[in-house]
Design a protein around this ligand. Structure first.
Ligand code: NAD
Length: 502
């Protein structure tokens, strides 16, 4: 066991970052706990309505100067931010592991993806260009320009504390807007570290603000007349009923990215070794706390007799269970560990309740994650091991509801048609994967499945920073998505000018 050095050595007194200043909050304070060790690593404030109001006022004041800053000068700030993130890459990654629990490799992947958002946003002079046409009528030209709108709110979930706010923040700032980021209060430290770097990168005061807290801050954003739009990533009930509805009531533009229950299909012609390896990352990576994680695996018997299908199913499930039993659990800063804890004891309780429910519903518990063996001497407060259920059907809660933990459900479908129909029977539409060598089956799958992110021989279909991060049905509300060109459109208004040349 080789535990890497912890970058957080004493309990951090976390402050809000408002108008370029680190400001103490008057709100109550909550502990930020390292879920692997149980140690308190920070004290985060639950900010007040006055504090969110003051932040929006500061951002609004910073807006006129920032929007007049030429796009290339704004891009230079982002180049500096990217360089600083590279210089601090390892520290940023270890902080994520300490505050969230994920393994260091997973954190490094998250840091890389976050940096890529900043890199893509540095292309703003080209990304933000409009277009024009001469002589729409002789002597009259018409052109379109994109303009920033003002202040945007960004509300993050706990599961990717570094990367998710960066699906939006660099694009908002690059286009000339100012932002207020509200990280999850469960793991807010990564966004503090980013804010420190924005200061060093020369992003002017008031442009990039961070306010910690919960519902008060969120409703303060939703009801604030000077917030133009909100980007939210989190659970479906909050996203749909609080954020999407709230933005509808107050007329704000909105991106709402929500919960998921994703399927992986294994076809008879799949490369099984590769499919199982991909499934391990997909089902158990980030301890199952990932909106793109697969949760239901369907072994498809297309073209097989019943006996052949049964034998194929057994082969896939055996290989899955064997690989899952080899997963080593422990502190993510130990780089021999494959899977860390869940974020907190409450999340563990929820996963354990679902395991009990699965048993009650008649699913067969093939691998029991309630019995955990940990690498190192750690409290097992937040750990649940890889779990596998067999004989799962879609009327069971474990198959329909988002568990957000390391629980895999094994299912059967006799044909691709039936498997696609099963995917469509649940309300979510975030992601789906197929493992196959057949171009025909892959094409059929990507064409018909009602999910925003499709993986073909890929377990985690995470779009790169220059593609939109999509989603359908109860996994997404809004029109435009985060990342790339769609984010540029979200954060700008098109203005059309018609000019007569006398
Ligand atoms: P959550 O909905 O509990 O919290 C998200 C944010 O909303 C947090 O900042 C939280 O403080 C705030 N919040 C929570 N309850 C609120 C309320 N009642 N009123 C106002 N604000 C509130 O989500 P979470 O547990 O932090 O994150 C996990 C969820 O996020 C999962 O459902 C996961 O699938 C989803 N997620 C989706 C995507 C995607 O791209 N679709 C990506 C990552 C996570």
């Amino acid at each position: 066991m080789a535990v890497l050095e912890e970058p957080i050595k004493e309990v951090l007194d976390i402050k809000n970052y408002i108008d370029g200043e680190w400001v103490e909050s008057a709100g109550e304070v909550k502990d930020v706990v390292n879920p692997a060790t149980g140690k308190v690593i920070g004290k985060v404030p639950i900010s007040t309505k006055d504090e969110i109001d003051a932040t929006v006022a500061a951002a609004k004041e910073a807006f006129p100067d920032w929007r007049r800053t030429p796009p290339l000068a704004r891009a230079r700030c982002l180049f500096r931010l990217k360089e600083l993130m590279e210089e601090n890459f390892e520290e940023l990654s270890r902080v994520q592991t300490m505050e969230h629990g994920k393994t260091i490799d997973e954190s490094r992947g998250e840091t890389r993806r976050g940096i890529e958002m900043v890199e893509v946003a540095t292309g703003i002079p080209s990304l933000m260009m409009g277009y024009n046409l001469e002589d729409i009528v002789t002597g009259i030209d018409e052109y379109l320009i994109r303009q920033p709108l003002g202040v945007f709110g960004i509300i993050g979930p706990f599961n990717f504390p570094f990367m998710v706010p960066l699906w939006f923040a660099p694009f908002a700032v690059a286009t000339g807007n100012c932002i207020v980021v509200k990280p999850s209060s469960e793991d807010p430290i990564s966004q503090v570290k980013i804010a420190e770097l924005t200061e060093e990168a020369g992003i002017p005061p008031g442009v990039w603000n961070v306010v910690h807290g919960g519902r008060t801050v969120v409703s303060g954003m939703l009801n604030h007349p000077d917030i133009e739009g909100i980007c939210f990533v989190g659970s479906t009930p909050v996203g749909r009923d609080v954020i999407y509805k709230g933005c509808g009531d107050t007329g704000k533009r909105v991106i709402v990215m929500c919960g998921a229950k994703n399927f992986a299909l294994v076809m008879p012609d799949a490369d099984l070794n590769r499919a199982i390896a991909a499934c391990m990352t997909s089902f158990y990576g980030n301890t199952g706390q990932r909106c793109l994680a697969n949760a239901n695996l369907i072994v498809v018997g297309e073209g097989l007799s019943k006996e052949e299908h049964d034998a194929f199913y057994d082969k896939v499930v055996d290989a899955f269970v064997t690989a899952a039993s080899r997963i080593r659990m422990g502190y993510g800063l130990d780089d021999t560990v494959h899977m860390g804890p869940l974020r907190d004891a409450g999340k563990k309780e929820k996963v354990l309740r679902y395991i009990e429910k699965g048993i009650e519903e008649g699913a067969r518990l093939r691998l029991d994650g309630r019995k955990v063996e940990l690498v190192g001497d750690l409290p097992d407060t937040c750990f649940v091991g890889p779990t596998v259920f067999e004989d799962v059907t879609l009327d069971m809660a474990i198959a329909r509801e988002e568990i957000f933990g390391p629980v895999a459900n094994m299912m059967k479908a006799s044909s691709l048609d039936e498997a696609i129909e099963m995917i469509h029977r649940i309300p979510f539409g975030n992601a789906a994967s197929i493992f196959t060598a057949s171009g025909k089956w892959a094409r059929e799958f990507q064409y018909r499945v009602e999910c925003g992110n499709i993986g073909i021989n890929i377990g985690i279909a995470a779009p790169m920073a220059f593609f939109p991060f999509s989603g359908m049905k109860d996994s997404f509300f809004g029109t435009l998505h985060g990342q790339g060109q769609e984010a540029i459109r979200f954060f700008t208004e098109s203005k059309v000018v018609i000019q007569r040349w006398f």
